[in-house]
Each structure stands twice: as structure tokens, then as C-alpha cells.
Design a protein around this ligand. Structure first.
Ligand SMILES: [Zn+2]
Length: 126
């Protein structure tokens, strides 16, 4: 099943991936086209097996859903453009609090911190 190949790619990486990145990997193992990758990913998102995160660069990133995935947000380095997931703050708790106190039914959230990662900070000092 093509779905299993996509699942494996996501399982074997700690990072979230774009549909193109998943396609590049899976297409080396099995004959597949990009629209199938998109369709399969949407299907997995509907079943809540995969989480889709649209970052402020408007690109959708996919990762396997787990109990912590809703809890993750990203620090984006403005120099190397890497995204670093973090869960220092409990986003689920924050979401529940907002829902409780405002009555706003929150369906999704994006939280991004921009800055310069430790690696790039180190390089800039050389
Ligand atoms: Zn960096």
C-alpha cells in the first residue's frame, strides 16, 4: 500500500515534512505521483493519523499525530530557516483556557517564534 510508504517516511523522521519532501522519498521506492501523495496525506489527516501544520510561510508540513503533536509549536531560525519543535509551553492547556474564557471554539492554532538558532548565533560571532 502506498499509504504505508508515506506512513513509514513520516515515522522515520523526527521532523515535519512537506508533501514534496515525502513525495521525493516515497517515489524512490514505489511508483507514485504527487497528487496521490496529497490525497493520501489528506486522508491520513482526516483519520487523525497525521497532523498538518501550516506555518506562516504558508507551506503545509506533515507529521505523525501523537498525543503531544497538538502541543508542539515551532521556533523558526531566520538564518538557516530550520524549524525547531518545542513543547516548553503547554499549548493544549492554553487552548482550553482561551476556549473556556472566551467561548471561542478553537479549531486550530499556529504559534511560531522567529529568531536565530544557537548554531547560527555561534557562527555569526566568528
Ligand atoms: Zn539557524
Amino acid at each position: 500500500m502506498k499509504k504505508d510508504f508515506i506512513f513509514d517516511v513520516l515515522k522515520n523522521t523526527p521532523n515535519s515534512l512537506t508533501a514534496e519532501e515525502i513525495y521525493n522519498d516515497v517515489s524512490q521506492k514505489v511508483k507514485i505521483n504527487l497528487s496521490t501523495v496529497y490525497r493520501t496525506l489528506n486522508n491520513l489527516v482526516e483519520k487523525e493519523i497525521v497532523t498538518k501544520v501550516v506555518r506562516q510561510d504558508k507551506i503545509a508540513y506533515y507529521e505523525l499525530a501523537d498525543e503531544n503533536s497538538n502541543n508542539k509549536y515551532y521556533m523558526i531560525c531566520d538564518v538557516c530557516n530550520n524549524a525547531f519543535p518545542t513543547d516548553i509551553l503547554d499549548v493544549n492547556k492554553l487552548t482550553r483556557k482561551i476556549k473556556r474564557e472566551t467561548g471561542f471554539n478553537i479549531t486550530s492554532q499556529t504559534l511560531e517564534f522567529h529568531g536565530i538558532c544557537p548554531e547560527c548565533t555561534k557562527k555569526s560571532k566568528i
